[in-house]
Ligand binder design. Structure first.
Ligand code: ADP
Ligand code: CDP
Length: 219
């Protein structure tokens, strides 16, 4: 039986993956980063020379994705078939086109089915699932539903700190990606029953604590 489901959505750089991962680890819950699957499919498209805007060709690739994640003490290993793509899916060439893959409706339906199966297969006391449409589409019945936000300038600053100087233009890239993604799923306003957690003025630990408080309140 699936345990407690914690669904977390929000724009790029709001802290979804880092905060969700830390919260899951402290709760002893599983963790599912749905963005990694959209990135993995994008990686496979580029690997096979498929244009990310060629919808039919991208949809056909879902059958070949062979997506698997392996939890380790140092983080999650992401695999496509036998290939470890953990690092490759974070490369700027993937980030630049992942929104094109993610806006294909059939891709979203297929990956949503896969996420639901992964949630159902979890054998821990609970699972933290993060993305853009988890509170609204993937797991609208989750016991805890959070929209994690932060002002755009703060999100850009957080992301810029992660990047090396050759990756200039973070602000423009992040804004463009949010705009493209928001045309497909509304993750800027909380759906009914979803709690908005604004981390603009919170540090990392305070944000994790706020998530843990919301989980405690639902238990
Ligand atoms: N509340 C916070 N205060 C300061 N830095 C944060 C906070 N939340 C996340 N971060 C940092 O911001 C960066 C982006 O967070 P990340 O989890 O990758 O966001 P997302 O998954 O929403 O794109 C990371 O380096 C993370 O450590
Ligand atoms: N539930 C989700 C998760 C990600 N995505 C797409 O996948 C991309 C990468 O997701 P991500 O979570 O790694 O994004 P960031 O953490 O880089 O903001 C997003 O820009 C969306 O286009 C989605 O459409 N729906």
């Amino acid at each position: 039986m699936t345990g407690l489901v914690v669904a977390i959505d929000g724009p790029a750089g709001s802290g979804k993956s880092s905060v969700s991962r830390a919260a899951a680890s402290r709760l002893g819950f599983d963790f599912l980063d749905t963005g990694a699957a959209y990135r993995a499919l994008t990686w496979l498209a580029l690997e096979r020379g498929v244009d990310p805007e060629d919808r039919d060709a991208v949809i056909a690739l879902v059958d070949d994705l062979g997506y698997a994640t392996i939890a380790t003490p140092d983080g999650t290993i992401v695999k496509v078939g036998e290939t470890d793509v953990t690092t490759a899916i974070r490369e700027p060439r993937i980030t630049a086109v992942v929104s094109d893959v993610a806006r294909i409706p059939e891709v979203r339906v297929r990956l949503t089915d896969m996420f639901r199966a992964m949630i159902a297969a979890s054998r821990e006391a609970g699972i933290v699932v993060e993305g853009r449409d988890i509170t609204t589409v993937v797991a609208p019945d989750a016991e805890v539903r959070i929209l994690l936000t932060a002002d755009e300038a703060v999100r850009v600053a957080r992301r810029s700190r992660e990047l090396t100087p050759e990756h200039a233009g973070t602000a423009t890239q992040l804004r463009d990606r949010d705009r493209k993604d928001a045309a497909v799923v509304d993750f800027m306003t909380a759906a009914p029953g979803v709690t908005t957690l604004d981390s603009t003025d919170l540090d990392f630990e305070q944000t994790v604590a706020a998530v843990l408080d919301l989980v405690e309140a639902a238990r």
